[in-house]
Design a protein around this ligand. Structure first.
Ligand code: HEM
Length: 396
């Protein structure tokens, strides 16, 4: 069994073993190249804020990093960038992606959640990732960006082809990127002529009005980044959160008893079972010391957010889910200049998804011993499927 298998079946056990021997280990990265994995809270947090760890691929030692092969027009995104470009774009996006925009989305998110739950009926069983956790965030992203309703079916198809590629259709992912680029280029042109009350129209006006402006490629890359960063992580956090609560019935009961604890519970669930096992890979711009090792310039550093969040040096009894604990400083949404841009939206979606689900079903249980199927990934912690039994109304 390799590290990816071990991480997929028992990430926290693997991390604990790594963390107790040394804060930094040399491993084989996802692209087959060597990388350094950092697992202790202090070092992970410091690494996230260290300007000597760059997100720009040009700092990778030649031949060391291939990465995701995106067309150049999509590569100009925040998660490939350092200051000053990162600072400029982040400031411009901040003007459009406001707290008010997220607040505006709360009612539509709740409406979509209720519709999805209506479709499940009042008593039965369902696969919750496909029926609830996945369609909710994709609809929210469509609302956020102002994607017309009649194009949302196409949009879901492309997203699916990219995020969960079908091995029998090797070219589907590339075709989906091309189709989406055509679609967004057309949509940007349309919204430029006819602006509406959505994030994309606001981004276009920021792009067109400011001196310190976004380039056309930067705008397109940003839309793609918002889609990818915003969709998959949220699906996984909702799924992981539901699963963690089902596995901890006393915590679930305490939450049902006092639903005002939902926001605090979402923080703890993010710490306990967050979807991003690793931050985006970073490259050492110079030889640097992390913990007890020297990482040579140009080598890849993987900061494990999940390992840091389960570090007993930072969180007492970290493998216990406790919705009443102080979760301040958890790293599930990152830290430093790349801290999740969509954090308020991620929180709102997860809070609403849990509230709507628990209000609707007074009985919610795993359906069978193998109800949860995890994905196999070094990078992401998430469920392929989660079968549940549910019943609306009073508990029997
Ligand atoms: C539960 C859901 C989410 C999780 C766990 C999550 C996690 C993260 C993390 C860990 C980072 C930092 C990566 C790093 O420093 O290596 C990040 C960045 C980012 N996230 Fe999220 N995210 C979530 C939802 C969203 C949503 C809903 C959006 C937008 C709609 C979004 C947009 C972004 C963007 C644009 C960045 C890059 C920010 C930058 O580089 O300045 N995320 N996210």
């Amino acid at each position: 069994m390799d590290l990816a298998d071990n991480l997929a079946t028992d990430p926290y056990g693997v991390y604990e073993r790594l963390r107790t021997t040394s804060p930094v280990h040399r491993i084989q990265g996802t692209d087959g190249q060597p990388a350094w994995i950092v697992t202790r809270y202090e070092e992970v947090r410091a690494g996230l804020a260290d300007p000597r760890l760059s997100l720009d691929k040009r700092h990778a030692r030649t031949g060391n990093y291939q990465g995701l092969q995106l067309p150049p027009a999509l590569d100009a995104n925040l998660l490939n960038m350092d200051p000053p470009d990162h600072t400029r774009i982040r400031r411009l996006v901040g003007k459009a992606f406001t707290a008010g925009r997220v607040e505006q989305l709360r009612a539509p998110i709740r409406a979509v959640a209720d519709q999805l739950l209506d479709a499940l009926g009042t008593d039965g069983s369902a696969e919750l990732i496909g029926a609830y956790a996945a369609p909710l965030p994709i609809t929210v992203i469509c609302e956020l960006l102002g994607i017309p309703r009649e194009r949302r079916g196409d949009f879901r198809g492309w997203t699916q082809a990219l995020i969960a590629p079908d091995p029998n259709q090797p070219h589907a992912a590339k075709e989906a990127v091309k189709a989406m680029m055509r679609f967004f280029t057309g949509l940007i042109e349309h919204k430029r002529q006819t602006p509406a009350d959505d994030l994309l129209s606001d981004l276009i006006s920021v792009r067109d009005a400011e001196d310190d402006r976004l380039s056309e490629d930067e705008l397109l890359s940003l839309v793609f980044l918002i889609l990818f960063a915003g969709f998959e992580n949220t699906v996984q956090l909702i799924g992981n959160a539901v699963w963690a609560l089902l596995k901890h019935p006393a915590q679930l009961a305490a939450l049902r008893e006092d639903m005002s604890k939902i926001p605090a519970a979402v923080e703890e669930l993010s710490r306990f079972e967050g979807p991003a096992l690793l931050a985006i890979r970073r490259f050492a711009t110079e030889d640097l010391t992390i913990g007890d090792v020297t990482v040579p310039a140009g080598e890849t550093v993987l900061l494990s957010l999940s390992a840091a969040n389960r570090d007993p040096g930072r969180f007492a009894d970290p493998d216990r889910l406790d919705i009443d604990r102080d979760t301040a400083g958890h790293l599930a949404l990152g830290h430093g200049i790349h801290y999740c841009l969509g954090a308020p939206l991620a929180r709102a979606e997860t809070e609403i998804a849990l509230t709507a689900l628990l209000e609707r079903f007074t009985v919610l249980e795993p359906d069978g011993d193998d109800a949860a199927q995890w994905r196999r990934s070094l990078r992401a912690r998430g469920l392929k499927s989660l079968r549940v039994r549910f019943r609306a109304g009073q508990p029997a």
